[in-house]
Design a protein around this ligand. Structure first.
Ligand SMILES: [Ca+2]
Length: 163
């Protein structure tokens, strides 16, 4: 992955004759996270901002509450341009477990929210959502349908990246 990325930067620089900007840092990485009650110990909200994907039991946030909720405190107001959500398949689980319907909201104070992304029919394991740049300190994910099967109650989020 890193090698491919470096190759892309070289190709990009050759094409444009100017240095290409490196990928923006993940503003959510390692930030305080809270959320609805977990499926079991080891699947706390912080697992969605730990930068890790390799364990099905240790690297995801899981909740059975609906709507499921995950909130991240970026610890200062930052310009937000993009979200990358890594659903069940990003961690090696069946695509049928990918989050189907959800919304992303931003806030300056953790009390007044504005919804910036709404998804009703996701099937993919990794989804990128680009928005108009918006300053915010808090990011919230509300999950309305946790998986492809409406009867599956478990929300499974391996990462919520914010850039
Ligand atoms: Ca993770």
């Amino acid at each position: 992955m890193r090698r491919a990325s470096a190759a892309w930067i070289v190709a990009c620089a050759a094409l444009t004759a100017v240095p290409c900007a490196p990928a923006a840092p993940n503003l959510a990485l390692g930030r305080p996270a809270t959320g609805s009650p977990v499926c079991k110990p080891g699947e706390e909200p912080g697992k969605a901002v730990d930068g890790r994907l390799s364990s099905k039991t240790e690297h995801k946030f899981c909740t059975l509450q609906r709507p499921g909720r995950l909130q991240v405190d970026l610890q200062s107001r930052r310009p937000v341009r993009e979200f990358v959500l890594k659903h069940a398949a990003a961690g090696g689980e069946p695509a049928a477990m990918n989050t189907r319907a959800y919304a992303l909201s931003l806030s300056d104070d953790g009390e007044r929210w504005r919804e910036v992304v709404q998804v009703r029919d996701n099937r993919q394991g990794v989804r990128t959502h680009v928005i108009a740049p918006t300053w915010a300190r808090y990011v919230r994910l509300d999950v309305h349908q946790p998986a492809q099967d409406p009867a599956d109650p478990a929300t499974r989020i391996y990462e919520l990246e914010v850039r």
